[in-house]
Design a protein around this ligand. Structure first.
Ligand code: MF3
Ligand code: CO
Length: 249
């Protein structure tokens, strides 16, 4: 069931989204070679709680940590650990915040020190693809147009779009209807309505789109060819003439 949020709910989701945004801004300042992803997890957990929120991911379907940290060929759902960040890595950080009964969900890929030109481009284009997907969002638009715009851009830049994982509605639950695929056809699927809140989250690979699941932890999703992957996500509310990002400034 797709829910339409009223103004009071949107207001609460804005607060949740703002804490999410601030957490990203804070973690960004900590990312240097030599720190562990556990450190980022602990700092995120503390930061979210000190702002009156709760990390949405902790214990979600048994997930053991407060954020996801996915390095290099890890696409999403990497679990923070004692692994050290190294110069030249790229790290995707995915954060969920629950505040006053409403979730927000946002991800970004960050460079660790100096990274390769290819990874710089991967990050640049993936961020761009999130915005290009969002350009399709407005009251009366078809949800399929989001993925169509993203996959058209990806093709042009010889990048590949992960299909097994998709964006989603957000609200009282972290994952709600509808699914928001990053591939598809223009003018297909459900019609977006003012007040729907969705997370758009392209996961883009440098190499093949194929994925594998890391067996040791049952969570981490990696690229099958072990080439790098990037992930950008915003939670947005559909408006009459476009969208408003809830996980931005
Ligand atoms: N933001 C992630 C997604 O939308 C959610 C991860 S929840 C976790 O897929 F618990 F699995 F980490
Ligand atoms: Co999400």
């Amino acid at each position: 069931m797709i829910t339409i949020k009223n103004d009071e709910e949107i207001q609460k989701m804005k607060v949740s989204g703002h804490i999410n945004y601030l957490t990203h801004e804070y973690l960004k300042t900590l990312i240097v070679p030599g720190i562990t992803t556990d450190y980022l997890n602990e700092e995120a957990d503390r930061f979210i709680r000190s702002h009156g929120g709760v990390p949405s991911f902790l214990n979600y379907n048994g997930y053991p940590k407060s954020i996801c940290t996915s390095i290099n060929d890890e696409i999403v759902h990497g679990i923070p650990s004692k692994r050290l960040l190294e110069e030249g890595d790229i790290i995707s950080i995915d954060i969920g915040v629950l505040k006053d009964g409403y979730h927000s969900d946002a991800a970004r890929t960050y460079p660790v020190g100096k990274i390769s030109k290819q990874d710089e481009e991967l990050i640049f284009h993936t961020k761009k693809m999130l915005m290009i997907g969002l350009e399709e969002v407005k009251n009366g638009a078809y949800i399929g147009s989001i993925g169509a715009a993203i996959s058209t851009y990806a093709k042009k830049h010889e990048l590949s779009v992960v299909r097994e994982l998709v964006g989603h509605g957000v609200g009282k639950n972290l994952h709600e209807d509808p699914d928001v695929p990053n591939y598809g056809k223009y003018n297909t699927g459900i019609i977006l309505k003012t007040g729907m809140v969705i997370a758009v989250e392209p996961m883009i690979n440098s190499g093949t789109r194929n994925i594998i699941q890391y067996e040791d932890d049952d969570w981490t999703i990696l690229t099958r060819d072990h080439k790098n992957s990037a992930h950008f996500e915003h939670t947005v509310v559909v408006t009459d003439d476009g969208y408003k990002i809830l996980t931005g400034e």
